[in-house]
Design a protein around this ligand. Structure first.
Ligand code: C2E
Ligand code: MG
Ligand code: MG
Ligand code: MG
Length: 276
């Protein structure tokens, strides 16, 4: 009896693994075609300045709608794109789209805003990152000052001198660098000091339930204070309600991003929030 169950369990586990593996295989194959088949879109999420209460930037977030698979979340396909190296091409595509979009808004006469683009670790190693960013920005004709690159702690912790060197070169172009999902990685504080970054984005997991969760509230408060003492701008991610907003305003957080101000949305929607 037990043996029988054990065997069934094993078989179940196996087919489960098969399914996961199959899904990955299918996604990888389909992702390779996605750009040319126009299945990808860039969505934009507002970033609000907490002093002026104005939209001062947007984060570009990749969206994939496959004709048969439907919407595939970046949480699923970005790690796959990183694993396979497809992220290099995808990353360039997102950057170009975002810069072209910013240029278009500028031509329409909207007040200037920043656009933030996520950059993966692999892009630091597999593309001529600095050259390709400089080329794309120059081709689209936006000021470097309006571009913000979001890197994660995993990028920052990897081969320090190589990364710092690239970041320095990028900064010299005039763009700004943000540390995304701050607090979820393992980067040391002394390391943070060495990196040429301009901004910390507090990971949204720390914003969860700040009214009841004293630990989360303490972490948010501490990150804001630390960022300010290090002369960094600080952004709270995942702001969904007034309690969270109140806490970060009290602590003097500079900017906020989250569903309270708007979800990631297509260009036609975000345009309605831009001002002249
Ligand atoms: P991220 O860079 O930390 O982006 C913020 C994520 O938090 C987005 O998820 C956004 O939709 C979500 N978010 C924002 N505000 C809220 C909120 O109030 N509540 C909740 N529950 N979620 C909120 P999304 O778009 O699913 O992207 C997930 C991750 O995928 C991104 O996290 C980023 O790491 C990666 N990603 C997306 N687009 C790109 C890209 O073009 N290049 C690279 N390298 N990574 C990307
Ligand atoms: Mg980001
Ligand atoms: Mg983030
Ligand atoms: Mg995140």
């Amino acid at each position: 009896q037990a043996k029988e169950q054990g065997r069934n369990k094993y078989r179940f586990y196996n087919s489960e693994m098969d399914r996961t593996y199959l899904r990955k295989m299918v996604l990888e194959k389909e992702l390779r075609k996605a750009i040319n088949h126009e299945e990808l879109m860039v969505y934009y999420q507002p970033q609000i300045d907490l002093v002026s209460r104005k939209l001062v930037g947007v984060e570009a977030l990749l969206r994939w709608n496959h004709p048969e698979l439907g919407d595939v979340s970046p949480v699923e396909f970005i790690p796959l794109a990183e694993e396979t190296g497809l992220i290099v091409g995808l990353g360039e595509w997102v950057l170009r789209e975002a810069c072209k979009q910013l240029k278009q808004w500028q031509l329409c006469g909207f007040s200037p805003i920043r656009v933030a683009v996520n950059i993966s670790l692999r892009q630091f190693y597999e593309s001529n990152l600095v050259e390709s960013i400089a080329r794309i920005v120059n081709e689209t004709g936006i000021p470097f000052q309006h571009l913000d690159l979001e890197i994660t702690e995993s990028v920052a912790m990897h081969d320090t001198s190589h990364v710092i060197d690239k970041l320095d070169q990028l900064k010299r172009l005039g763009l700004s660098i943000s540390m995304d999902d701050f607090g979820t990685g393992y980067s040391s504080l002394s390391y943070l000091k060495k990196l040429p970054i301009d901004k910390l984005k507090i990971d949204r997991s720390f914003l969860v339930d700040v009214t009841n969760d004293k630990d989360n509230a303490a972490i948010v408060t501490t990150i804001i204070a630390m960022a300010k003492n290090l002369d960094l701008r600080v952004v709270a991610e995942g702001v969904e309600n007034d309690q969270q907003l109140q806490l970060i305003i009290e602590e003097g957080c500079h900017e906020a991003q989250g569903y309270l101000f708007g979800r990631p949305m297509p260009e036609q929607e975000i345009r309605k929030q831009l001002t002249k």
